[in-house]
Design a protein around this ligand. Sequence first.
Ligand SMILES: Nc1ncnc2c1ncn2[C@@H]1O[C@H](COP(=O)(O)OP(=O)(O)OP(=O)(O)O)[C@@H](O)[C@H]1O
Ligand SMILES: [Mg+2]
Length: 310
Amino acid sequence: MTDAPMDAPMNAPLVSVSRLSKHYGGERRLIGGTVPLLKAVNNVSFDIAPGETLGLVGESGSGKSTTGRVLLQLEAPTDGDILYKGENITGLSKPALKSYRRDMQIIFQDPYASLNPRMTVGEFVAEPLDVHGLAGSRSERQDRVASLFSKVGLDPSFMKRYPHEFSGGQRQRVSIARAIALNPAFIVADEPITALDVSIQAQIVNLFQDLQDELGLTYLFIAHDLSMIRYLCHRVAVMLRGRIVEIGPCEAIFENPQHPYTRALLSAIPVPDPDIERNRRPIAFDVNANLPPEEAVLRPVGHGHFVLGV
Ligand SMILES: Nc1ncnc2c1ncn2[C@@H]1O[C@H](COP(=O)(O)OP(=O)(O)OP(=O)(O)O)[C@@H](O)[C@H]1O
Ligand SMILES: [Mg+2]
């Protein structure tokens, strides 16, 4: 139990997304017809509690990255609301968003693409401090960057090096150092380990976990790899064609999946035990024959566990 006052909202969400949609296309072409409408994110709702990691999984093109981008207001939603610390941040102007931009960061799959090849990694990590006028004196700036390097497991003497001098895992550590430079509370990690060697993936996942413990970070963690999701996440949301078809505590999703698509996804994970692995039969799921009807809603099937149904 916490010693919070009785009237304080217990576990008030840090992030609350309601009926979020992002549609592409639909506009009239100059000559003939309209651009086909694509509901990349379609009526999605979820909360993330402070200090929690929500995993977002689903096939390629299911709308995971779009959900992350719209949530951070990098793109405007077609519909729906995003509440951050109880404030509705949907449609805020750029200046009004500036303080939220500090608090909410994103980390991408390919650290090489997000690093500037002509900038030392130290300058890259210091850049957000400069943009927000938080760098202080030259030596304060240097100290801050050195401490960020240490936090992500990089030797501070690496500050003067360029991105090409680093391995994939080290480059992702640099991106993470930059993302935490402004002391954010919330990070969207969009497939941050997918491009890394398998041997490095676990190290980066452990770094995410250590930083969460140390800094109290909240994550939306997007991934293909369900075993990493199981290791890292408190809750999991499963996306299919722009909709969340199942959401719940990690254990409920992995031990008691209810939606046929979740079952199919889980059945595709190899099992380390050779006897079980030999008998593992992936479950087929035909998306086109099983598209969730528009009117379907998330219905409770267990404690905090919901499945999309009519
Ligand atoms: N700017 C855009 N304009 C048009 N369509 C887009 C745009 N961005 C994304 N889409 C489409 O929206 C759908 C969802 O894309 P999104 O990138 O969110 O999927 P994803 O789940 O992240 O996939 P992946 O696992 O491959 O990263 C896809 O069909 C994609 O082609
Ligand atoms: Mg994506």
